[in-house]
Each structure stands twice: as structure tokens, then as C-alpha cells.
Design a binder for this molecule. Structure first.
Ligand code: IZC
Ligand code: ZN
Length: 410
């Protein structure tokens, strides 16, 4: 047994499902509580430490305590970085133009194919540990830089191995439909067939992913192609995600709603009909403010989504092209300042709603009896201060599955 005591304020959303509308900002603020942990699970939340308690005490030093952060959208495993694109970006070359010239995703594909599984593991592990130190206790990881059976499997095996060997939980998503590889440039249909007939079945057979995601975008995969791929994924018992309306509203969010996808990602360009579809489909809107920040793009219409009753999650989108940032803390600040979401709404977006975006809201995302003991103690006295300060990690202690993590210098 363990006890977290001297909690200044315990801030947590409540429940086992995504919160929408006004509920999204309905965060409990509890004062002077003590959290009792039994193995990996939150056993109780009490006003006192029981006299008979003899386990380990974790001192929260009168600080803010929240659920561990959940990063519901990352491209964690990849070879190389793309710092050379920074100059192009500053000259105003658009993201899709870089991709169309064989750069962008396709240059990361070259690096990822070249790398051994061990090299990819070492590189992704460094990022994953940095994330855990920064308060991210669960992280989703997409493939999509292999773009053939062997290299997609290599990427997903790295995600699985990280999940098995490191404290951070990794949820794996198959994303072979991230781009059409060079060798299929003149045979899109051949590549879509490879995804449907080989990569998806093999992913399922080897139990390497829980979700399938498609980059539904101008010049990448059309709505019809996305539908075919996702229907195949569903037939194999995999759950669905869509990168939708990042640059152009071509109908990705309408499709996400139609298929009741677990989540739709980006949504910078989403239109009213897309918002309605997400609401109807019970799909979580997973917004990625650091991508808008880095690409100098508009910010997704978070307030409109919340007002329409769509649950909003916020994630990093960590990847070498459009968001070289693994900090959910920075995303929290950006969401607060640019989406004009309140600190309470933002907290729900990076905990319970993010957990729902990866179908884990029954296990993580809130501090309640029976949930996994993933908890962060912040260097902040209250939630407003936590959202107001930016640029520092602000982490004091990370508790993952009931165990205090060694987070080094922080
Ligand atoms: O490598 O550019 N948007 N996928 C969709 C990305 C960005 C990642 C990349
Ligand atoms: Zn992405």
C-alpha cells in the first residue's frame, strides 16, 4: 500500500467515458485529500491518513495533483529527423508541396527503412522516457513510416517492445495509409490492396496494433480510399481513427462520424457538417495545437466542437515533420491560450477525453477508486497557475501504475 499525502489540490475529471459540452469543464477540485494506492490501483481517496497505515508515503508538498497525462496521438517510432525542412518552411514552402516533391513523410520513410529495429527502439525509447518524465503516463504510437509489410511490422514491434519494457504504456496504431510509397507512385491501387490484403491482416494476426488510422487529405488518401481501408480494419476487429481536415475539409470528419471512429484527429479545417457527424458518431475530436503552432496554421475550432457536444482531446502529434515536440505541457498551454479552452476543459482534454480517444477511459484518465494509479504531482499550487506558466516542465513527481518514477533532474 502507498499513500499520497499533503495534496494541495486534487484536480480530476470523473467517469469512465469522454466528457462533452459543459461537462468537459466539470473538473473536481478537492482539497486536502489523501490517495491510497493498492498495487497498481487507486484504492481510496480519504480526508485523513488511516492511523494503521504503514506503507510508503509520497509527499505531495501541498501541490497540484492530476491524473497522469495521456498523449493520444503520436508518431513515436521513426528514423532520423527533418530539421532541413525548417529552412524550407521559413521560405514559405507548404507542407504538402514538400511531400509531393518526395520529401516530408517520404524522406522519413527512407530513414525508417534504413534503421534496424534496435536503432528505432533506442531512439523512440529516449523520447518515451522524456515524455514519462514530463508527466505523460500513456502514449499512443502510430506506424506509417515503413509503408511496406516488413518495415511497418518493424515499427509496430518497437512500439510493442517499448510497452513491454518501459513503465510508460504505449498503445499501438497501424498507419500504413500515411502516404503512398515511391515504389507505388504509379499504382496507388496496388498499395491500397497491399494495406487491405496483407498489412492489416498481418497486423491483427501478430497482435501488433489496436487501431488503424488513415491520413485522409488532398493528395494523400481520398475519402473513398479511407473508407475501404477502415472497413477492412473493422472486419479484422481493429478500431478506427482518421487524420481528418488537417489541411483541407475533403470529408474526413464526416466519414469518421459515419463509421463511429474512436477519434478524428487534427480538424483544423473542419466544417459544420463534419462537426455534426462527429457528434452523431460519438467520435472524440483529437486536436493537435503544437502542429498548428509549428506549421503557422490556424487553430482547430475547439470552442465550436465543445459547444456542439463533441468531446475534445488534446495531443502532441509528436513526429519529425509537422510537430517535433513531445511536450503535452506545451500543448496544454497552447490549447488554453489559442483554443480559449479553460484550464478545467484542457485538463479533461489531456486526461479522460484523451483516454477515451484510445479507448482506455475505463482504466485511466481520472483519479477515482478502481482506476490505474497513474498520477502526477506538479510544481504548481493550483490548476490556473499550472496553465498560466509555460516553458518549464513543472513536474515534481510521476507515479505510474502505483510506482514513483525516478525522473532525474526535474
Ligand atoms: O511525418 O509529416 N501530418 N502526418 C500527417 C504527419 C503530419 C507526419 C509527418
Ligand atoms: Zn499525426
Amino acid at each position: 500500500m502507498k499513500c499520497i499525502k499533503n495534496i494541495g489540490v486534487l484536480a480530476t475529471p470523473k467517469g469512465n467515458k469522454a466528457l462533452c459540452g459543459e461537462e468537459q469543464g466539470n473538473v473536481l477540485l478537492l482539497f486536502n485529500k489523501n490517495i491510497i494506492i493498492d498495487n497498481e490501483i487507486i484504492a481510496d481517496i480519504l480526508d485523513y491518513v488511516p492511523e494503521s497505515f504503514s506503507g510508503e508515503i509520497i509527499d505531495a508538498q501541498n501541490s497540484l495533483v492530476t491524473p497522469g497525462l495521456v498523449d493520444a496521438h503520436t508518431h513515436l517510432v521513426f528514423g532520423g529527423f527533418r530539421e532541413h525542412e525548417l529552412q524550407l518552411k521559413m521560405q514559405g514552402v507548404p507542407y504538402l508541396d514538400i511531400l509531393a516533391q518526395g520529401g516530408g513523410i517520404l524522406s522519413t520513410v527512407k530513414e525508417t527503412r534504413k534503421a534496424t529495429e534496435e536503432e528505432l527502439y533506442t531512439k523512440a525509447r529516449k523520447e518515451a522516457l522524456e515524455m514519462l518524465k514530463s508527466g505523460t503516463t500513456t502514449c499512443e504510437a502510430k506506424s506509417g513510416y515503413g509503408l511496406n509489410l516488413q518495415d511497418e511490422i518493424k515499427q509496430m514491434r518497437v512500439a510493442k517492445r517499448l510497452n513491454d519494457t518501459e513503465k510508460i504504456d504505449i498503445v499501438s496504431t497501424q498507419m500504413a495509409a500515411h502516404a503512398v510509397p515511391e515504389e507505388y507512385k504509379n499504382d496507388r491501387e496496388g498499395y491500397i490492396k497491399l494495406i487491405i490484403d496483407t498489412i492489416i491482416p498481418e497486423t491483427k494476426k501478430q497482435n501488433l496494433a489496436e487501431f488503424v488510422d488513415v491520413f485522409c487529405e488532398t493528395g494523400v488518401f481520398s475519402v473513398e480510399e479511407t473508407r475501404r481501408i477502415l472497413l477492412a480494419a473493422r472486419e479484422h476487429g481493429l478500431k478506427l481513427k482518421i487524420h481528418a481536415d488537417e489541411i483541407d475539409a475533403i470529408g474526413g470528419s464526416e466519414l469518421a462520424g459515419e463509421l463511429s471512429a474512436t477519434s478524428a484527429e487534427h480538424l483544423i479545417a473542419i466544417e459544420d457538417k463534419g462537426i455534426k457527424a462527429l457528434k452523431r458518431g460519438g467520435t472524440v475530436a483529437c486536436l493537435l495545437p503544437a502542429t498548428s503552432f509549428y506549421l503557422g496554421k490556424n487553430y482547430a475550432p475547439a470552442r465550436k466542437l465543445i459547444n456542439a457536444g463533441v468531446p475534445v482531446a488534446i495531443a502532441t502529434d509528436f513526429n519529425p515533420g509537422s510537430c517535433p515536440c513531445n511536450s503535452l505541457k506545451l500543448c496544454i498551454n497552447l490549447a488554453n491560450y489559442n483554443y480559449k479552452m479553460t484550464p478545467q476543459e484542457v485538463l479533461t482534454a489531456v486526461t479522460l477525453n484523451a483516454a477515451a480517444a484510445i479507448d482506455r477511459a475505463d482504466k485511466i484518465g481520472s483519479i477515482e477508486k478502481g482506476k490505474q494509479a497513474d498520477i502526477v504531482i506538479w510544481d504548481a499550487a493550483n490548476l490556473d497557475y499550472f496553465c498560466y506558466r509555460f516553458g518549464s516542465p513543472m513536474v515534481k513527481k510521476v507515479i505510474k501504475r502505483g510506482e514513483l518514477q525516478n525522473i532525474g533532474l526535474y
